[in-house]
Design a protein around this ligand. Structure first.
Ligand code: RTP
Length: 155
């Protein structure tokens, strides 16, 4: 059904190296869990520059690109896939604006950071890019399928 499809939308959320080192991983996971989204993949890894260049391929011409790759490869990240209705759009809203100076209090960036170059988290900007990013960061075996007991009450 249409409703079942909507609940299966997925987004790629990543805690960046600064978020990991500042100990905000649990806080970010908690916000998505509390909202009612379902965690379907999660791992800590230290991405290579080559991997990050693929992830950020659209930004390769930007002046901040080398600094971005440097920052993102400076330590481990926590990569996640979250599932639920409108999760791509809602995930972006929960993260807040890219530049923390523009992000509202109550959002993750609005509550935890100041600098665009250290904005602690990433979230896919569209359903299509979410699919690409989940495919880049996770193998099919790493994506879990299970029935969340909250499910029938969240929807
Ligand atoms: P993200 O992909 O990390 O969720 O961020 P976004 O879509 O909100 O923003 P995007 O424009 O795709 O930029 C990706 C990341 O690059 C860094 N950035 N630095 N002026 C700068 O120094 C600058 N602009 C962007 C940020 O870490 C941003 O999240």
């Amino acid at each position: 059904s249409k409703m079942a499809d909507a609940k299966e939308e997925r987004t790629f959320i990543m805690v960046k190296p600064d978020g990991v080192q500042r100990g905000i991983v649990g806080e970010i996971i908690k916000r998505f869990e509390n909202r009612g989204y379902k965690l379907v993949a999660c791992k800590m890894c230290r991405p290579s520059k080559e991997h990050l260049e693929k992830h950020y391929a659209d930004l390769s011409k930007k002046p901040f690109f080398p600094g971005l790759i440097q920052y993102m490869s400076s330590g481990p990240v926590v990569a996640m896939a979250w599932e639920g209705k409108e999760v791509v759009k809602m995930g972006r809203a929960m993260l807040g604006a890219t530049n923390p100076l523009d992000s509202n209090p109550g959002t993750i960036r609005g509550d935890f950071c100041i600098d665009v170059g250290r904005n602690i988290c990433h979230g896919s900007d569209a359903v299509e890019s979410a699919k690409k990013e989940i495919g880049l960061w996770f193998s099919a075996e790493e994506l879990q399928s299970y029935k969340s007991c909250e499910f029938e009450w969240v929807y």
